[in-house]
Every structure is written in structure tokens, then in C-alpha cells.
Design a protein around this ligand. Structure first.
Ligand code: NAI
Ligand code: SF4
Length: 442
């Protein structure tokens, strides 16, 4: 069994509630920090741990924290990004729903380290039942003296507020999230300035993902150096992966970042293989924004070595041949799945979610959806495939926020790796139409 740091106590009955959480070692890290550590020492432990942001970008957390501006007399904020909306990603939901105190403890320690006295959890609107769970955990923690004024007699004050989003994917982008939290339309801001300098209400703000902040708890418990011994290379520690698609055991798994992709897909401990003995066709290992990878590239590197579930190994070769760890939304496609249809579905999603501020994204996402629909339904031409390639190329790198890139990359990767399938839709229009209506299979 792989070692666990976040979900090791998830099976304990009643762990959602303060008493059980506390009886099983909860708030020991908070106690250690408040009694024996300075804010700088906490930042140092997080730096030593090598923790990288678990929302998708993998930016080093300790480094992000050290960028936080500290002008005299200006409040600082910590914002927990719980707007988990990336298709295929549902690991933060699991943490918040089943072990909410792990997040609250992580928020307390992180707020202390950053000198933030007001912290927000911005949660995806569709997670309608989770704010109540979080509110209950917050009130239990407050009653036990872990939140409010003069926490545990240290002089440190902290309030945590839960804010629901209204169902816009773009509000997971940190600056759109901040705009929304301020009560405005969730339009991404141009960076720089980064939130660490000008964030919420133009004040220095750190925005971190749920899993990132929860991970601060085991880091403090075992120490940054010990945490860094988990995993391999620059992929230290454990990572939550939400696995779905054509696998026998969909669900949320905590993996130590030292196992191979093959082990993750086929072992009984994790996904349990592909149903009905079907062949693996492709995979999107890090949520819909990262490029799709065909099976041959997914399981082995160009050197013929096993591809690992690490930041480095998954992004090996850059976007040309590799992909990314991203948010850990692991979507598996078997041999029966149509990559063209799949890509069209994603294009529709990004078109719908574009905020419309920049022309390449606003116009390009809709255009890609239209062309993909034409090809998928057997009405496309070979020129349409080149047109599609051209459109995605003109979006990438030309927009305010990463949604433009996220819309372009899946299209680029699908054409690069599965061009023959696009061409088949053009050369076999009648069969393509039948497949499009769900009347025929591969
Ligand atoms: P990013 O690479 O632009 O930024 C990463 C973080 O580092 C940000 O918080 C940024 O403020 C900070 N940062 C970077 N350079 C900095 C500097 N010089 N000074 C101060 N701070 C700095 O990526 P971003 O936009 O945060 O995330 C994109 C990723 O999010 C995508 O790759 C995708 O995988 C993921 N994603 C996850 C979703 C989910 O539901 N979990 C939804 C959509 C996307
Ligand atoms: Fe809005 Fe798209 Fe531009 Fe992002 S890339 S700011 S979602 S239009």
C-alpha cells in the first residue's frame, strides 16, 4: 500500500466532526505552530518540503508565500481556491466533504504564516451541499478556540468566511476569483501585478488550492525535510488524483509521486484496469486543460522508460509529446472512444465558459466548436482540419488568462496525435454521422 498523508484518516467514522478529528491527532500541527514557531519558520518548512501548488500550475508554494508583499498598515489576505471546476477534477470536493477540519487546520497555519487575519474559502457554486459542512467545521473550530480573537492566547486573530461562486468556470482563475469575491463580474485581470502584490481589495493576497493548504498540516506534523523524502525529484510528497472514464474503479486516490502511470491504471490498489478487457487508447492525466496523450506515449517515455506519475515525467517533452500533471483529474479513454467527439465536447465547454474579454478566446473557442462539430458529424473537409489547427495556434499565448491556452491545447494535441481519426470522419461521412448519432461504434 502506498503511503498516505492526507487521506490516512479518511476512513475513520465521524472524522468530519471536530471531536473525532481532534481525538485522532487533529490540530496537533496548529498547536505546534502557535506554541513553538514563528511565521517565518512555517514558511521555511513549506519551502523545505518542496510542495508545489496542487490546483494545476504546480508553482512552488513556499516561493509564492515569500513573494507576498508586506507594506506597513495594509491587510494581507489568504484565499482558498475551492472553485474546483476543471472537467475530470473532483479531489478537493472529497477533502472538503469528508475531512473539512484538515482544510480548516491548514488555513489556520497558513494564515498565521502569512500574517492574514481574514481568510476566504471561495467555493464552486455547484458544490451546493459543501458550504454547510465547512460552516459547521468553522463554528466547531471557533468553539474550540482555534478561530476568532487571540487564538490559544497567542494574540493572533483569524476569521474564515465561505463564499459561494455562481457556477462560472473562469472564477477558478485566481484574479477572476478575486474580482468575483469583490462582488464584480469574474473577469480575469492582466498579470502582473500578481495577487501577491495587488490582490483582494488591491491588498497583498495569496491564492492557494484546497489540497495545497490541507497539505501544510502533514508538512508541519512531520517536518518539511521528511515530507520531501516522499515522492521523487521535484515531485515531493503525495498527490490526490481523481480518476474517471473507462476504468474499473473511478474515485479519488492519494498517490505517492513515485509510482508509474501503468501501475496507477492497472493495479487493484488504484484504477483496477479497463473494463471488459478493452485496450487503453488515450488519457488526459491532469484535467481537461492538459493535452491528451495516446497510450504509447503515456506508458513509456521516448527513452523506453516507464512514465511516472510526477510533474517531471508527465510533462516530459513539453506539450509536443508530453502532457502535464495539472490538477490531477485523470481521464481514461478506451479503444471505443472517439477523440474527435471528445475534443468537440471540450471545445463546447471552453466556448461556453470564455468570459469574452479577449478576441482570440471569445471568437476562437466558438469557431473551433463549430468546425469540430462539422467534422464530427461527417460534414467536414480536409481543409477544415488545417483550419482548426490554425485557429488553435492563433489563440495560444495571445490571451489574458490561461483559459485560451486550455481551449487550444486539447485541440492541438488531438490533431497531432489522432489526425487519422479526424481524416476518417471526413472520408467516411455516412459512418461518421451514424457514430455521431450514437448508432454505431468503433
Ligand atoms: P500560473 O502559472 O499563471 O500561476 C501559478 C501561481 O503562481 C499563481 O498563483 C501566480 O499568481 C503565482 N505566480 C507566478 N509567477 C509569480 C510571480 N512572479 N510573482 C508572484 N506570484 C507568481 O497558473 P494559474 O493561472 O494559477 O493556473 C493555471 C492552471 O490551473 C492550469 O494549468 C490548469 O491545470 C489549472 N486549472 C485548475 C482548475 C481546477 O479546477 N483545479 C480549473 C482550471 C485550471
Ligand atoms: Fe476571458 Fe478567455 Fe481572455 Fe481568459 S482568455 S480573459 S476567459 S476571454
Amino acid at each position: 500500500m502506498g503511503r498516505k498523508l492526507l487521506l490516512d484518516k479518511a476512513h475513520i467514522e465521524g472524522i468530519r466532526y471536530y471531536k473525532t478529528y481532534r481525538d485522532n491527532g487533529g490540530y496537533a500541527a496548529a498547536e505546534k505552530v502557535l506554541k513553538n514557531m514563528s511565521p517565518d519558520q512555517v514558511v521555511e518548512e513549506v519551502k523545505k518540503s518542496g510542495l508545489r501548488g496542487r490546483g494545476g500550475a504546480g508553482f512552488p508554494t513556499g516561493l509564492k508565500w515569500s513573494f507576498l508583499a508586506k507594506p506597513e498598515g495594509v491587510p494581507r489576505y489568504l484565499v482558498c481556491n475551492a472553485d474546483e471546476s476543471e472537467p475530470g477534477t473532483f479531489k478537493d470536493r472529497y477533502l472538503m466533504e469528508f475531512i473539512p477540519h484538515l482544510l480548516i487546520e491548514g488555513l489556520l497555519i497558513s494564515s498565521f504564516a502569512l500574517g492574514a487575519n481574514t481568510t476566504y474559502i471561495y467555493i464552486r457554486g455547484e458544490y451546493a451541499w459543501i458550504p454547510d459542512i465547512l460552516e459547521q467545521a468553522i463554528s466547531e473550530a471557533k468553539e474550540a478556540g482555534w478561530l476568532g480573537k487571540n487564538i490559544q492566547g497567542t494574540g493572533f486573530d483569524l476569521e474564515i468566511y465561505v463564499q459561494r461562486g455562481a457556477g462560472a468556470y473562469i472564477c477558478g482563475e485566481e484574479t477572476a476569483l478575486i474580482e468575483s469575491l469583490e462582488g464584480k463580474r469574474g473577469n480575469p485581470r492582466i498579470k502582473p501585478p500578481f495577487p501577491a502584490v495587488k490582490g483582494l481589495y488591491q491588498c497583498p493576497t495569496v491564492v492557494n488550492n484546497v489540497e495545497t493548504l490541507a497539505t501544510v498540516v502533514p508538512i508541519i506534523n512531520i517536518g518539511g525535510e521528511e515530507y520531501a523524502k516522499y515522492g521523487t525529484g521535484k515531485s515531493t510528497g503525495t498527490k490526490l488524483i481523481s480518476a474517471c472514464g473507462n476504468i474499473n474503479k473511478p474515485g479519488v486516490y492519494e498517490i505517492e509521486m513515485n509510482i508509474s502511470v501503468e501501475e496507477f491504471i492497472y493495479s487493484e490498489e488504484y484504477c483496477g484496469g479497463i473494463p471488459n478487457g478493452k485496450r487503453l487508447k488515450a488519457c488526459i492525466p491532469g484535467g481537461s486543460s492538459v493535452p491528451i496523450v495516446p497510450a504509447n506515449l503515456l506508458l513509456k517515455t521516448a527513452k523506453g522508460e516507464a512514465r511516472m506519475m510526477t510533474y517531471e515525467s508527465l510533462s516530459d517533452g513539453g506539450f509536443a509529446t508530453g502532457t502535464m500533471m495539472g490538477s490531477g483529474g485523470f481521464i481514461v479513454l478506451d479503444e471505443d472512444q472517439c477523440v474527435v467527439r471528445h475534443t468537440m465536447t471540450l471545445a463546447r465547454f471552453y466556448h461556453h465558459e470564455s468570459c469574452g474579454q479577449c478576441s482570440p478566446c471569445r471568437e476562437g473557442t466558438g469557431w473551433m466548436e463549430k468546425v469540430l462539430k462539422k467534422i464530427e458529424t461527417g460534414k467536414g473537409t480536409l481543409e477544415d482540419i488545417d483550419l482548426l489547427w490554425d485557429i488553435q495556434r492563433r489563440i495560444e499565448g495571445n490571451t489574458i488568462c490561461p483559459l485560451g491556452d486550455a481551449a487550444a491545447w486539447p485541440v492541438a494535441a488531438a490533431i497531432r496525435h489522432f489526425r487519422d481519426e479526424f481524416e476518417w470522419h471526413v472520408t467516411h461521412p455516412e459512418e461518421a454521422q451514424l457514430r455521431s448519432f450514437g448508432l454505431a461504434h468503433y
